[in-house]
Design a protein around this ligand. Structure first.
Ligand code: GLU
Length: 504
């Protein structure tokens, strides 16, 4: 029988969760939804030296903002497999049992080497030109461990409280094969695999042991994680095998890297061209905070849509998907093996598409506080009309200001190109006529302004609308002229034209 789909996102609280991590969470979430399964958030905090204050809370808030909510786990409610923090699970003795089992069956051993001894080993191997100096089937023979020391000495050392780690006993030359849902069959010779530490000297399990124990105990069906874990997978396969858990082992899926826009490396958190974190993140170890997608004005729906297409495609040219839609079609079969290049301009385009789906009411509500900050307030009808007119131009709500500020502020300069080309006595006279005829309008509405203007044109000949626009706003482009004039109000338009005509 196929196992119930249960997947997990298992970040370590070692810093803010960046977009690569969010994509891993997203793919897990979508897969769980698609198969009516469970999505779990497990916090892998066994490395106390890398623990960062605030990181766990950040992870939970980021997932909430993105709308990728686990149905079980830290910050999202307990299920039958609590606790979901590895440090708490360690206190329950969950991991030690498994390490003991591996020792008892001869697949793991105690190693007593001090850090000086390990350093010396590394130096020896480097001097002998070993490519990757590691603790393995060959080198362990010269080290202080329960495979080289006499049994009674090992016993004595353990009883005397000597510090030790537990290491996996990797065979010298054995083929390890496993199937990755995205990459297919992978074969690695065990000579490439080191004797990984499973239990550290502080009694904490390492990631390698802890995630296996938890994936088994939490009945995880698929372990979906970043490509950086692929090199460790052969060791994990051995651990499952030595624990007799090969049949219960989750299926593996290693997701491709997200590459920077130049395609020459992984996205770095120090990237200056675009945000890397979903929410702004202040790392307590660093002076400068990182700005998030949220604070840069992205909608979570747009951000998630962008992430979904980094390494996955729907098999056609469609690009706009809600999480709901994605969760009906997402499959690992369509996840690529190779790295996915991130395109920041395309990300902005996505935001624009979601912005266009918002109602003018919603947009005006969102723009109101920004406008207030700039020192302006307008009633709801004005705001709604303003958003309707300027909407086409903007990718983010804050850009309503950049693209429409001239509606609130009278110009102190006039587009040079247009003025050089079009400002002459004849046009000045025509504009003056337009001003006079605007003054006579009593019902200041788009259609009325339009009709009055057209009637004037019939009488006096073509009046340059672009020039008119520049005299009123200072800029050469913008929304439909008469709509804009109607919105600005008669007094404002007349005042601005008067100013222009007297100044120029
Ligand atoms: N704690 C690991 C990480 O932060 C999890 C890897 C996994 O999902 O197995 O990347």
């Amino acid at each position: 029988m196929e196992k119930r789909v249960r997947v997990r996102f298992a970040p370590s609280p070692t810093g803010g969760l960046h977009m690569g991590g969010v994509r891993t969470a997203l793919f897990n979430y979508l897969f769980a939804k698609r198969h009516g399964g469970d999505f779990i958030l497990r916090i892998e905090d066994t490395d106390q030296t890398r623990f960062v204050e605030g990181a766990e809370e950040y992870i939970v808030s980021a997932l909430k903002w993105c709308g990728i909510e686990p149905n079980e786990g830290v910050g999202f409610g307990d299920g039958p497999h609590k606790p979901y923090r590895q440090s708490e699970r360690k206190e329950l003795g969950i991991y030690k049992k498994y390490a003991d089992k591996l020792i008892a069956s001869g697949h793991a051993y105690y190693a007593f080497d001090t850090s000086e001894e390990l350093d010396a080993m590394r130096k020896r191997l480097e001097a002998a030109k070993m490519v990757s100096p590691q603790y393995n089937a060959v080198t362990r023979q010269n080290m202080r461990n329960s495979l080289t020391l006499p049994e009674d000495e090992v016993k004595k050392l353990l009883e005397s409280g000597e510090k030790y780690v537990v290491r996996l006993k990797v065979p010298r030359n054995e083929e390890i094969r496993f199937n990755d849902i995205i990459r297919g069959w992978v074969t690695v010779n065990s000579a490439q695999v080191d004797d990984k530490v499973l239990l550290k000297s502080d009694g904490m399990p390492t990631y390698h042991l802890a995630h296996i124990v938890d994936d088994i105990e939490m009945e995880i069906s698929h372990a979906v994680r970043g490509e950086e874990w692929l090199p460790s997978a052969p060791a994990h396969i051995l651990i499952y095998k030595y624990l007799g858990l090969e049949n219960e082992m989750p299926k593996l899926a290693h997701l491709p890297l997200i590459l920077n826009p130049d395609g020459n490396g992984k996205i770095s958190k120090r990237e200056a061209r675009f945000p890397v974190f979903p929410l702004s993140w202040k790392d307590p170890r660093e002076a400068t905070p990182y700005i998030g997608y949220k604070e840069s004005g992205y909608y979570p729906e747009a951000f998630v849509n962008v992430l979904a297409l980094l390494g996955w495609n729907p098999g056609n040219n469609e690009e706009l998907f809600t999480v709901e839609e994605l969760s009906k079609i997402f499959e690992f079969e369509r996840v690529h093996k190779s790295g996915a290049k991130f395109d920041p301009e395309k990300a902005k385009w996505f935001n624009q598409q979601y912005l266009r789906k918002k109602s003018d009411e919603e947009l005006s509500e969102a723009f109101k506080p920004i406008l207030k900050e700039k020192g302006f307030e307008r009633d709801a009808a004005f705001m709604i009309e303003f958003c309707k007119l300027v909407k086409e131009k903007v990718q983010f709500v804050h850009e309503f200001w950049d693209h429409g500020k001239y509606i609130f502020i009278a110009p102190d300069a006039y587009d040079e190109k247009v003025m050089t080309k079009k400002w002459n006595p004849q046009n000045k006279e025509l504009v003056t006529k337009a001003l006079d005829c605007f003054k006579g309008i009593t019902d200041w509405k788009t259609q009325v302004i339009h009709d009055t203007f057209e009637a004037l044109v019939k009488e006096v000949g073509k009046i340059d609308m672009q020039l008119l626009r520049v005299l009123i706003t200072g800029v050469a482009g913008g929304p439909q002229l008469f709509d804009m004039l109607a919105l600005m109000g008669k007094d404002e338009v007349i005042n601005r034209m008067n100013t222009a005509l007297s100044k120029l």
